[in-house]
Design a protein around this ligand. Structure first.
Ligand SMILES: [Zn+2]
Length: 146
């Protein structure tokens, strides 16, 4: 399950849960999503990184781990979250590495087909992206030492 944030015309932010990114796109295209606060049907998907539903990842954890003290449990869940985000990125995005900014601008300008990409960018490139009106999301994913 994938959770996306939406924002309505009045600025309310709410979550939509979908079985896949395609399912979300289809519902948005058919205008099947309305703001649960005011009923506004003019809603926009926030282009942030998709949040990942923890259900499956959390169930994979050994029960003993989840039964540990609260601090341990938080760390375990955080790690499961990071792993799940990584999985979504690995499966759903093309890794363009250092060409991220160039690819994002090419997509923004309509020179190449829009697709989900992940990569790295420098501070200067991020400024260029921002001033060009290209929307992107920075993610900080820690690496764990096993
Ligand atoms: Zn609203």
């Amino acid at each position: 399950m994938i959770i996306y944030d939406f924002r309505c015309e009045k600025g309310h932010v709410f979550e939509g849960r979908f079985s896949s990114a395609e399912d979300c796109q289809a519902q948005v295209a058919r205008k099947m999503i309305a703001c649960p606060i005011c009923g506004e049907a003019e809603v926009h998907k926030e282009l942030a990184a998709p949040a990942v539903h923890l259900g499956r990842a959390a169930r994979k954890l050994p029960p003993k781990t989840l039964a540990q003290n609260e601090e341990g449990e938080r760390k375990t869940l955080f790690r499961a979250y990071v792993d799940a985000v990584r999985e979504v990125i690995d499966k759903g995005c093309e890794n363009v590495g250092e060409r991220f900014a160039a690819e994002a601008i090419a997509m923004h300008d309509g020179e190449v087909e829009t697709r989900n990409i992940v990569g790295t960018s420098t501070k200067e490139e991020e400024e260029t992206l921002k001033s060009s009106g290209v929307r992107f999301q920075k993610l900080f994913l820690p690496r764990f030492d096993d």
